[in-house]
Design a protein around this ligand. Structure first.
Ligand code: FAD
Length: 441
């Protein structure tokens, strides 16, 4: 069969790989210049570094297997993670080990015990489907008490969901707890990183696709998906029309919606139109010295205008980046229709927005001086993560669409899990399995 794959992020690339391995003729269309999608890179000190912070967890077997399959495992390192919390009292406290939790003073002693136990047991005591109409903020309070929710879980939800954090359903939090307890296992949490950047994995994947005969069309956004409303016929790009038996879309849902014409059943187009995504602004700062001793800081102080603080060179040494220390600051925010602040973040001058953030860095280290910063490299994207709401479990799209031969596989379909590369690979493999009966000659 002749199959077109839309999108060359991890999901599209793995779908293309598995279909080519089954002997199909595969054409992959990617709007950007190479395979990678959201795991795009920028060079810092001569080394590739993700524009959005990336690491993997020990339980993420789908990506570990792919890294091994493509021979990149020699560069995969597992490093002790170090997590802290910056509380409203301005103190940065370690939050990496059970002992750190036991001595974490902003939460009363018995709440700490309750929080630690609940974090480990909740994923086993509840089924996520029971929780799908309960807001995560409400569930966190019931489970762990008000103080623990306010100090730990609310900031984590705000960091990821901004103004929409009160609407996020409990299964998302449930899945995060399950993820953390699986990845911690019995010992200290280790995080995986490919020395020299995840781009090594994506270049290896690109070579593998080429070797398997996948036709890679880079810098070629698909402009239309051609259907008669009942069956898919192909795609249109700036290079012309390509006739295809099947089309698999892994591009963000709003992008796909804009490629479908009125022949596609209105009920399906309306269903797609309900899907929204969080934006993110993320800045790479290169500095001449260390800012904090931690890799990850949970920002519980609400007066700080960004939710993510990741000091990458506390995981990977600065020597990999020609001596530069690397810090990411990030803020997720909803689409512009959610108000003026969202609109300002989506449309405003990135350097001005990030300039405001930098003024807050002395909260992370009182000695901080702006002259420590060597470079400010900001990025913004519209499709960082699909928005999830109460009852999300009932809205998960199937891979098949009402148009025969048109398939959809995106991060909207992995709920209650959070989006990630490993989930993308697992999703790709499930999608190919769902397609198999329809791919027989
Ligand atoms: C700030 C941030 C931090 C993250 N941290 C981690 C982490 O630590 N660990 C982890 O595993 N994951 C992390 N992720 C998530 C991970 O990057 C994504 O889950 C994953 O890359 C999604 O892959 P995808 O293929 O589904 O989608 P994408 O990567 O979004 O790929 C979709 C592709 O479609 C292309 N496209 C769009 N329109 C068209 C068109 N018309 N025609 C052709 N192509 C088109 C785009 O250019 C893009 O390449 C993070 C993401 C962000 C934003």
């Amino acid at each position: 069969m002749r199959v077109g794959v839309l999108g060359g992020g991890i999901t599209g690339a793995v779908i293309a790989k598995r279909l080519a391995e089954q002997g199909h003729e595969v054409l992959l269309y990617e709007a950007g210049p190479e395979i990678g999608g959201l795991v795009a890179s920028h060079t810092v000190g001569g080394t590739d570094l993700e524009i959005y912070y990336h690491h993997i967890f020990t339980h993420e077997t789908s990506i570990i297997d792919l890294i091994t399959e493509l021979g990149v495992d020699k560069d995969l390192e597992w490093i002790d993670s170090s997590v802290s919390v910056l509380s409203a009292d301005g103190v940065l406290r370690s939050f990496s080990t059970p002992k750190d939790i036991l001595v974490f003073r902003p939460i009363p002693f018995f709440s700490r015990i309750r929080m630690g136990a609940a974090g480990v047991l909740a994923p086993y005591l509840f089924r996520w489907q029971q929780l799908d109409h309960t807001p995560a903020v409400t569930w966190a309070r019931k489970l762990m008490g008000k103080k623990a929710a306010e100090e730990i879980w609310d900031p984590m939800l705000r960091a990821k969901w901004g103004e929409l954090h009160t609407e996020v359903p409990a299964p998302w939090l449930w899945a995060r707890m399950r993820q953390r307890s699986r990845s911690r296992g019995k010992g200290k949490e280790k995080l995986g990183y490919i020395r020299g950047g995840f781009r090594k994995l994506y270049l290896a994947l690109q070579n593998d696709l080429e070797a398997k005969g996948v036709k890679l069309h880079f810098d070629q956004p698909v402009q239309r998906v051609l259907t008669d409303g009942i069956k898919v016929h192909g795609v249109q790009t700036s290079a012309g029309i390509e006739e295809l038996d099947h089309v698999v879309s892994t591009i963000p849902i709003p992008r796909l919606t804009s490629l479908l014409d009125e022949k596609v059943p209105a009920s399906y187009r309306e269903r797609l139109a309900q899907t929204e995504y969080m934006w993110v602004i993320c800045v790479i700062l290169t500095l001449d010295r260390q800012l904090t001793p931690y890799y990850w800081v949970n920002v519980a102080d609400r007066s700080i205008p960004f939710g993510a603080f990741i000091e990458h060179t506390n995981l990977i040494p600065p020597s990999d980046y020609d001596g530069n220390h690397v810090v990411y600051l990030g803020r997720y925010f909803p689409p512009a229709r959610y108000g003026e602040e969202a609109e300002r973040l989506a449309q405003g001058n990135l350097n001005e927005i990030v300039g405001e953030w930098i003024e807050h860095l002395s909260r992370f280290n009182p000695d901080f001086d702006p002259t420590w910063i060597k470079k400010v490299i900001p990025f913004r994207t519209q499709f960082a993560a699909p928005v999830v709401r109460a009852g999300q479990g009932n809205r998960i799209l199937p891979f098949a669409t009402p148009v025969d031969g048109l398939w959809v596989a995106t991060m909207t379909q992995i709920y209650p899990d959070d989006r990630g590369q490993s989930e993308g690979i697992h999703l790709a493999e499930r999608c190919v399995q769902a397609m198999e009966p329809r791919l027989l000659p």
